[in-house]
Design a protein around this ligand. Structure first.
Ligand SMILES: NC(=O)c1ccc[n+]([C@@H]2O[C@H](COP(=O)([O-])OP(=O)(O)OC[C@H]3O[C@@H](n4cnc5c(N)ncnc54)[C@H](O)[C@@H]3O)[C@@H](O)[C@H]2O)c1
Ligand SMILES: O=C(O)C1=N[C@H](C(=O)O)CCC1
Length: 269
C-alpha cells in the first residue's frame, strides 16, 4: 500500500473534487494522501469523508497546498485557471505529475503551464472521458473527409453553474476540425451570434453554448451540407467518467519524461 502513488486532489469540495476523492479512495492502484481547498473555504480542517456527508476517513481537508504537494506523486486538479497555474509551479518543484482538468484558460495561462512542463509531467485535457477523446478523433476524420462545403457547428450543453464558454470539450472538438481543414481555430471560430450577424462566413466553425439545470455535459458536432446533415454526439451522464480518466492519467504519468501530454497519450489513441 505504501508503495502506491500518493495522490492529492485539489478543489476537494467541488463537483469534480468530490468525485475524484471517491474515485481515488476506491482505487487499489493509488493512495489518497491529501485533499486541498482554497484558504477560507468552510471544508478546511474538516474530515473529508464527513464533509462529503459520509463516515470519517481520517484525512482532513487542508489549505496548505505547498506542504501537501511536496509529498505527492500526482496532483489531480479540476479547479479554476488561476489556481491551476499556481499549482503548476508547485508540482514542477515537487516533480509530481499534474493532471489538469480545469478549463477556461487564457493563452498566457497556457504559456505558464508550458513552462512548468519543462520540469514535470503535465497531462491536460478539456475532457478526460474515453468517449469524448474518441469523438475528437472522429471529428478530425469526418472534417477531413467532407471538405469545406459542409458547415461545422459545435453545440454544447452544461449545468447552470458552469462559468466558462465554449466548454473545454467544444474547443478540443473545434481544434480537431480546424486542424483537419489545415486552418487555425482562432482564425475561423465564430463564438456567439446575436443581432444582424450577416450570412454565415464560409469556413467558419461555429460554437453555441446552452446552460441549465444539472446537465453533466453534452456535445454535438454538426456537419451541415446541402441536402444532408451529419451529427456526431457525446452525452455524459455521470462525472465518474472524467474522474476515472484523470486517475488513469495520474498513474500513466508516473516515471514519464517531463512534458505536456493529453488523454490521447494516456489512452493510446
Ligand atoms: N477535463 C474534464 O474532463 C472536466 C470534467 C468536468 C469538469 N471540468 C472542469 O473542471 C473545473 C471544475 O469543475 P467543477 O464543476 O468541479 O467546479 P466547482 O466549482 O464545483 O469546483 C471547483 C473547486 O475548486 C476550488 N478552488 C478554487 N480555487 C482553489 C485553490 N486556490 N485551491 C484549491 N481549490 C480551489 C473551489 O473552492 C471549488 O471547490 C472546471 O474548469 C470544469 O470545466 C473538466
Ligand atoms: O462540468 C463542467 O464544467 C465540464 N467541463 C468540461 C468542459 O468544459 O468541457 C468537461 C465536461 C464537464
Amino acid at each position: 500500500m505504501g508503495n502506491l502513488p500518493g495522490i492529492v486532489v485539489m478543489g476537494a469540495s467541488g463537483r469534480m473534487g468530490q468525485m475524484l476523492t471517491h474515485t481515488v479512495l476506491q482505487s487499489d492502484r493509488a493512495r489518497l494522501i491529501g485533499c486541498v481547498e482554497r484558504p477560507g473555504h468552510p471544508w478546511v480542517g474538516r474530515d473529508v469523508g464527513e464533509a462529503m456527508g459520509g463516515a470519517p476517513i481520517g484525512l482532513q481537508v487542508t489549505d496548505d497546498a505547498v506542504g501537501m504537494i511536496a509529498q505527492a506523486q500526482a496532483v489531480i486538479d479540476f479547479t479554476v485557471p488561476a489556481a491551476t497555474v499556481a499549482t503548476a509551479t508547485l508540482t514542477a518543484q515537487a516533480r509530481a505529475v499534474h493532471v489538469i482538468g480545469t478549463t477556461g484558460f487564457a493563452p498566457e495561462d497556457l504559456e505558464k503551464l508550458r513552462a512548468a512542463a519543462r520540469h514535470a509531467v503535465i497531462v491536460r485535457a478539456g475532457n478526460m472521458s474515453l468517449g469524448v477523446n474518441l469523438l475528437v478523433g472522429l471529428t478530425r476524420k469526418v472534417a477531413a473527409a467532407l471538405g469545406p462545403e459542409f458547415d461545422i457547428e459545435i453545440v454544447e450543453a452544461h449545468h447552470r453553474h458552469k462559468v466558462d464558454a465554449p466548454s473545454g470539450t467544444a474547443l478540443m472538438l473545434g481544434e480537431a476540425a480546424a486542424e483537419a481543414r489545415g486552418v487555425a481555430l482562432s482564425e475561423v471560430a465564430d463564438r456567439g451570434r446575436d443581432g444582424i450577424t450577416g450570412e454565415r462566413q464560409a469556413g467558419a466553425i461555429g460554437f453555441s453554448a446552452i446552460r441549465g439545470g444539472d446537465v453533466v455535459g453534452e456535445h454535438d458536432v454538426i456537419f451541415a451540407g446541402a441536402g444532408e446533415r451529419l451529427v456526431l454526439r457525446h452525452v455524459a451522464t455521470d462525472r465518474a467518467i472524467f474522474a476515472r480518466g484523470a486517475l488513469a492519467a495520474a498513474l500513466w504519468g508516473q516515471d514519464r519524461k517531463p512534458g505536456e501530454y493529453d488523454m490521447t497519450d494516456v489512452l493510446g489513441l
